[in-house]
Design a protein around this ligand. Structure first.
Ligand code: SF4
Length: 456
């Protein structure tokens, strides 16, 4: 097959998205044609997720659908790392598997299989501990005004429910220089918000510089002209140091948004999860040191051995803390990790009931919070126009893309709103998870605008 067209499906988390964009960037740089219409693709690159059973099923379903359409497939990402050559045996249409530590080999893989139609390739390192030294080319696949910047790969923690260290290896940071270089390229292409991602961004730099260095990275990125917002995902509870929190509070471009998965509140469950204790103390410290902060957290219900008492402890904790944003997941059984072998596995029905109860609680909290925002002003990064609603949509600094609230903005005849604008708007209506607002002034017309809305 000469010069095949490469299609793409990217599943899973934002870390996977950046891996996909790097693979497409490398292919594009080497002269391969990339298409976002899989109907016209000769080979489909599927970057898979294998974090929990549901994600694995979605990956398999995608592969089977593409195979039934007669597509040749390259399987990359976590499923490839997890099941390796087994996937080639299961799926005759699969031409190659590429592990999480081998994405930089994608050009060699595509060249090899397009030159020899009978060849099937396995590029999966046993331990995915590669190290990305420099800024690699990227082809953006998502929302133009924002871009993810993967600052590290892997994880050094060993939470008992998590398969990530097995699939992604130990924690490896990229250098500050390489990250600033990549961020500058993104900003030059029109990106206004950089979202730092890794499994544990607060751990950044310990492997490279001998100390956690996220504060230094923030200082360096803050110098980039035309960059408006820097967002951090995710904090690990034991690593939200005062120095880091003070840096976030001090630097205007760093959004006052802390995404800190706490997973549970009860000390016995946290101990069984091998997670840090005393989550309330961390939340209090964040609120003390970062004024006007929005805190997002995620929790797991139905962990093995979670009693009614443990669960009520969690419900009370969420009621007391009133998180600005919250996600709740049912525990997903995985036999490869320690929690999969623990006694006290709970029925799915119980897990789902517990999740529902917390979702209902958060629905009330979020509704009240959003109602309190009516009449306030805030800055919104405009991301698109919703044809059905006839409204622009975007996010405030207190909302991450795809998971948090959206702010809808009425078109305004005084201003021609452009995607990527940072607009000052006034909220006039609120839904449980969305706000509706009207333009006050554009940031370009009054650049000194400072968002004045209190989130708490
Ligand atoms: S810190 Fe996160 S990625 Fe690391 S082991 Fe725990 S849950 Fe998994």
């Amino acid at each position: 097959m000469r010069n095949p067209k490469i299609g793409v499906v990217s599943l899973g988390c934002p870390k996977n998205t950046t891996d996909t964009e790097v693979m497409l960037g490398l292919l594009n740089q080497s002269g391969f044609q990339v298409t976002f219409d899989n109907d016209e693709a000769d080979i489909c690159l599927v970057n898979t997720c294998s974090f929990i059973a549901d994600a694995r099923q979605e990956s398999v379903k995608t592969l089977v659908e593409l195979a039934s359409e007669g597509k040749e497939i390259i399987i990359a990402g976590c499923l490839a790392q997890h099941f390796k050559a087994e996937l080639l045996e299961e799926l005759p249409e699969a031409r190659a598997v590429v592990g999480t530590g081998d994405i930089h080999k994608i050009v060699e893989v595509v060249k090899a299989i397009s030159e020899d139609s009978s060849l099937r390739v396995v590029e999966v390192s046993d331990v995915p501990n590669d190290h990305q030294e420099d800024a690699l080319p990227r082809m953006q696949t998502g929302f133009g005004a924002s871009a993810y910047l993967k600052i590290a790969e892997g994880c050094d923690h060993r939470c008992t429910f998590c398969i990530i260290p097995m699939l992604r290896g130990d924690f490896r940071s990229r250098t500050i220089e390489s990250l600033v270089k990549e961020a500058k390229i993104l900003v030059a292409s029109g990106v206004r918000e950089i979202i730092l991602i890794s499994q544990d961004s607060t751990y950044y730099g310990l492997d490279l510089y001998g100390k956690m260095s996220l504060a230094e990275l923030l200082e360096a990125l803050h110098e980039i002209e035309d960059l408006e917002w820097i967002r951090i995902m995710y904090f690990y509870p034991g690593e939200a140091t005062d120095r880091l929190l003070e840096t976030i509070a001090r630097l205007p471009k760093v959004v006052k948004y802390v995404d800190i998965p706490l997973q549970h509140s009860h000390p016995e469950i946290l101990k069984a999860m091998a997670r840090p204790a005393l989550p309330a103390r961390v939340v209090t410290r964040i609120r003390e040191l970062v004024p006007n902060v929005a805190i997002r957290s995620t929790f797991i219900v139905g962990f093995p051995g979670e009693t009614e008492e443990h669960f009520e402890h969690l419900v009370n904790f969420i009621e007391e803390q009133r998180f600005d944003r919250l996600g709740v997941f049912t525990y997903s059984l995985q036999t490869e990790v320690p929690s999969g072998q623990m006694a006290g596995q709970l029925p799915e029905k119980v897990k789902k009931q517990r999740r529902k109860r917390i979702m209902e609680l958060q629905h009330q909290i979020s509704s009240q919070r959003n109602q309190n925002l009516i009449g306030t002003e805030l800055d919104v990064l405009v991301e698109g126009f919703d044809e059905s609603k006839k409204l622009y949509f975007g996010r405030s600094q207190w909302d991450a893309p795809q998971i948090d609230n959206q702010v809808y903005v009425k078109p305004d005849e005084r201003y021609s709103i452009v995607i990527g604008d940072l607009l000052n708007v006034r909220v006039f209506d609120a839904k449980p998870y969305d706000l509706i607002a009207e333009v006050v002034l554009t940031a370009t017309e009054q650049p000194a605008i400072v968002a004045s809305c209190a989130v708490s």
